[in-house]
Design a binder for this molecule. Structure first.
Ligand code: PMV
Length: 345
């Protein structure tokens, strides 16, 4: 191994869950299975320059959008040290890591899935290039991403990915996600996601705290059962090209996620009055026009409006005519199902 500086870089996008991961135990092991669509435009680009280090500890210098961020650098040091337990080669380097997001800071979009998957893809590449991972196996990159942020493990694949053990998805696993694109009907292949930014303020309760509240939640057991049932019906809808069934399950999942927050002890609410207004307008428009579209929510007040490619014109007009006025500074980010991480260097 040389001690010259080497470089890798990856771009990786965020994902939007259709059946939600909510609650975990042990080392980021999910309480229930989830499925998501990896997006394209909401992404993180991360590069790593690395060379042989003299010390024995992992050393990271981290810059976000050109600014040094020592507190994140320490977090990433701990993350790499955790992965180095399985791949000790990573202990042999020091790292300069530079990262930037495609989406503006003040959008309330969760960046952990894109940033942790971009970082994990870089580490995976380093291990591949130095022979520590013998052959291509994205489940290893997925498992590494999971240790950074649970939902990030689904972002290492294009399109649709399932994370968490489920009897209806062959090969599904609690430690990594698997892609299920070959099962997906043409109807859903180019699904769009327009993200309506209702409120960009930082969340009052983090996802980490929210997951923890599921441990003693009164609905825990029924939620686990419901997520398995919902995944089963949703997979049938995705395989059969059934937007009606898809909508029923996706909206139920979004509202269940927030119902679980509201019924946690202590209870909390992340929805904004305009979230409810926008949901009401979406349902009214759908009832009146039968346009195929479904909303979902992340752990926050912003609406993700999902629709097929052939409805893009009609739904974008509807957004501009009826919904954009309820968005903060009229902010909407148009995204769609993406191709998965891209190696830049
Ligand atoms: O990956 P985390 O710990 O940020 O959890 C995110 C959980 C949700 O986004 C609310 C749902 C999901 O499955 O992505």
């Amino acid at each position: 191994m040389t001690d010259t500086i080497q470089k890798v870089a990856w771009k990786s996008a965020s994902n939007i869950a259709l059946v939600k991961y909510w609650g975990k135990h042990s080392e980021q092991i999910p309480m229930n299975p989830s499925i998501s669509i990896t997006l394209e435009n909401a992404n993180t680009q991360t590069s790593i320059q690395y060379n042989k280090s003299n010390g024995s500890d992992v050393k990271v210098d981290f810059l976000f959008e050109g600014n040094r961020k020592p507190e994140f650098g320490q977090k990433i040091e701990r993350f790499i040290a955790r992965i180095a337990k399985d791949y000790p080669l990573l202990n042999e380097f020091s790292y300069i890591i530079e990262s930037s997001n495609s989406f503006p800071h003040s959008t309330g979009i969760a960046s952990s899935a894109s940033s942790m998957s971009a970082l994990a893809m870089n580490l995976y590449s380093i291990l591949r290039e130095h022979g520590a991972i013998a052959s291509e196996d994205l489940s290893i990159a997925s498992s590494m991403s999971r240790l950074g942020s649970g939902s990030a493990c689904r972002s290492v694949y294009p399109g649709f990915a399932v994370w968490g053990n489920s009897e209806i998805v062959d090969g599904s696993h609690d430690e990594y996600a698997v892609e299920v694109n070959e099962k997906i009907h043409e109807e859903f292949k180019n699904t769009h996601d327009s993200i309506l930014i209702v409120d960009s303020a930082k969340k009052s309760v983090s996802s980490t705290e929210g997951h923890a509240l599921m441990a003693g939640h009164s609905f825990r057991e029924s939620r686990i059962k419901q997520s398995h049932d919902n995944l089963k019906v949703l997979m049938q809808a995705l395989e059969g090209g059934d937007w009606h069934k898809f909508t029923e399950i996706v909206e139920l999942e979004a509202l269940t996620l927030h119902a679980l927050m509201m019924s946690s002890v202590p209870s909390y609410i992340l929805l904004h009055p305009n979230t409810l207004k926008v949901i009401e307008l979406i349902r009214e428009f759908r009832n009146a026009t039968s346009t195929a579209m479904a909303f979902t929510l992340d752990a926050g007040p912003n609406i993700h409006l999902l629709y097929p490619d052939y409805n893009a014109g009609a739904v974008k007009s509807f957004i501009n005519d009826a919904l954009i006025q309820y968005c903060e500074e009229r902010k909407v980010l148009h995204d769609k199902a993406g191709q998965g991480p891209e190696k830049l260097i």
